[in-house]
Ligand binder design. Structure first.
Ligand SMILES: *[C@@H]1O[C@H](CO)[C@@H](O)[C@H](O)[C@H]1NC(C)=O
Ligand SMILES: *[C@@H]1O[C@H](CO)[C@@H](O)[C@H](O)[C@H]1NC(C)=O
Ligand SMILES: *[C@@H]1O[C@H](CO)[C@@H](O)[C@H](O)[C@H]1NC(C)=O
Length: 387
C-alpha cells in the first residue's frame, strides 16, 4: 500500500474543519490542535529521501466484543509502524498505546518510544484506542455500541494486537515487547503489563493516574505550582495575577446584567452569559486555557505558553492593545483568550452548555470529532476524572 502522501490529507482536513465545528472541551481541542500541528510538520522533518514510505499505516480486524466468543462482529483498529531502526527480528518492539484521541504517524516518529528506538534497534508500533480517531466501529457511538468501550476492551485489543502483529512482522519469539503510554494510556500500559506479563516484558507508564478519584482538583494544584515555576517563566506574582483575573471574572458574572454583557463581549464569548450553566462553561473554558498553557507548555503548535500567559497577566505586553476597562490581570486574561481562540481558528469562545450537550449527543461518526462523547462516557462509567 502506498502511504507516502495519503495519511497527510487527513490531519490537514481535520484542522480546517475544526474551525467551524461545534464546541468541544477546550483542553481536548488544544491537545488535538497541537497533535495535528506537529504531525503536519513532522513528515518533512528528520526524514531522509529513502524514508518516504515511513511510517506505515495498517489495520487490524478486532472483535467488537472480545469477551463473547459467539459475537462475531468486528471493527477495524488502526496502527502505525516505524521499522526504520529495527535491524534484527530479535530486536525489541515498542508498543505505543493510544489513549482517548486519534493517533497519527507522529506517534511512531516522535516521542519517547521513537526516541529510544535507535538505541535499542526497536520496532515501533502504535495502536489507536478503539472508538477514537479512525478506529471507531462503523455502527457509530450510540449507547448499544459504547458498551464495547472500556479500558478492559482496550487491554484485550492490546493483547490481541500483540499476537497478530508479532506474526505479521515475523517478530522473534524472544523479542521483548514493551508498552508505552501517557496519561490514561499510561494507565493502560501499566495494566497491560500486570494483566499480560507473558506478552509484555515491561511497561513505561508516564503520568498515569492509577488510582481513580472523583475530585480531580489536584490537577489545579499542579497547574498552580507551574504558574509559579520560574524555569518556565512563572512567578509568585503570575500565580497571584491568575487568581486575581479569575476573581475579577467571577465578580463580573455576579455583578449585573450589564456587567455580564460587557464580559461576554470583552472575552469574545459566542453568546450571552445569563444562564448559570453557560457561566460554568465559561469558567471551565478559562480554566482549560490556563491548564492548557501549562500542560502543553513549550510544545510546537501550542498557542499559549506559561511565559506568555504570565506576561499577559502581569500586564507588561500586549495589554496596551487590549485597551479595555478593568485591572491588569483581567485584561491579560482577555488577551490570552484572544490568542488561544485565534490560534485554534475559532471565531469566538464557545460557552453554550446547550451546544456542548447537543454535540455530546451526536452518535454518528464525524470527521471533526475529537472524541468528547467517548471520553465523557469512559470518565462516567469507569474513571470519574471530573476535571
Ligand atoms: C454473546 O453474543 C451472542 C451473539 O451475538 C448474543 O446472542 C449473546 O447475548 C451475547 N452474550 C452476552 C453476555 O452479551
Ligand atoms: C521469519 O524470521 C525467521 C528468523 O527469525 C526467518 O528464518 C524466516 O524466513 C522469516 N520469515 C519471513 C516470512 O520473513
Ligand atoms: C485605546 O482607547 C483610546 C480611547 O478609548 C483610543 O484613543 C486608543 O486609540 C486606544 N488604543 C488602542 C491601541 O486601541
Amino acid at each position: 500500500m502506498d502511504i507516502g502522501s495519503v495519511p497527510w490529507l487527513g490531519p490537514l482536513l481535520l484542522v480546517s474543519l475544526w474551525a467551524s465545528s461545534a464546541p468541544a472541551s477546550l483542553l481536548r481541542r488544544l491537545g488535538e490542535h497541537i497533535l495535528r500541528f506537529q504531525e503536519s510538520s513532522a513528515l518533512g522533518l528528520g526524514l531522509g529521501p529513502d524514508s518516504v514510505t515511513l511510517p506505515k499505516e495498517g489495520w487490524l480486524e478486532q472483535p467488537l466484543d472480545p469477551f463473547n466468543a459467539s459475537d462475531r462482529r468486528s471493527f477495524l483498529q488502526r496502527y502505525w509502524v516505524n521499522d526504520q531502526h529495527w535491524t534484527s527480528q530479535d530486536g525489541p518492539v515498542f508498543l505505543h498505546l493510544g489513549g482517548e484521541g486519534s493517533l497519527g504517524p507522529g506517534s511512531v516518529m516522535r516521542g519517547h518510544p521513537a526516541n529510544l528506538a535507535p538505541i535499542w534497534g526497536a520496532l515501533v508500533i502504535s495502536l489507536e484506542h478503539r472508538f477514537y480517531g479512525l478506529s471507531i466501529p462503523a455502527e457509530g457511538l450510540d449507547m448499544a455500541q459504547l458498551r464495547f468501550l472500556s479500558s478492559r476492551h482496550a487491554l484485550a485489543d492490546a493483547a490481541s494486537a500483540r499476537l497478530t502483529l508479532s506474526r505479521l512482522f515475523n517478530v522473534s519469539s524472544t523479542s521483548p515487547w514493551i508498552c508505552f503510554g501517557g496519561s490514561y494510556a499510561g494507565s493502560l500500559a501499566a495494566w497491560a503489563r500486570l494483566k499480560f506479563p507473558h506478552l509484555f516484558f515491561a511497561s513505561i507508564a508516564s503520568s498515569a493516574p492509577v488510582r481513580a478519584t472523583l475530585d480531580f482538583s489536584k490537577y489545579n494544584d499542579v497547574v498552580s505550582r507551574s504558574l509559579m515555576n520560574t524555569a518556565i517563566g512563572g512567578s509568585l506574582e503570575c500565580r497571584a495575577a491568575a487568581s486575581a483575573a479569575f476573581a475579577e471574572v467571577e465578580r463580573r458574572l455576579r455583578a449585573s446584567r450589564g456587567a455580564r454583557a460587557a464580559l461576554s463581549v470583552e472575552l469574545g464569548a459566542c453568546g450571552s452569559l445569563e444562564r448559570a450553566e453557560d457561566q460554568a462553561e465559561l469558567l471551565g473554558a478559562l480554566q482549560a486555557l490556563v491548564g492548557g498553557a501549562v500542560q502543553y507548555d513549550g510544545q510546537a503548535g501550542a498557542p499559549l505558553s506559561v511565559r506568555q500567559l504570565c506576561r499577559f497577566l502581569l500586564g507588561d505586553r500586549g495589554n496596551c492593545r487590549g485597551n479595555g476597562s478593568g485591572p491588569a490581570p483581567y485584561r491579560g486574561l482577555r488577551r490570552a483568550v484572544q490568542v488561544v481562540t485565534h490560534g485554534l481558528g475559532q471565531r469566538c469562545l464557545s460557552i453554550s452548555r446547550a451546544e456542548t450537550v447537543a454535540q455530546l449527543r451526536v452518535t454518528e461518526l464525524q470527521v471533526s470529532s475529537v472524541g468528547d462523547r467517548q471520553w465523557l462516557y469512559q470518565t462516567c462509567t469507569e474513571f470519574g476524572y471530573c476535571e
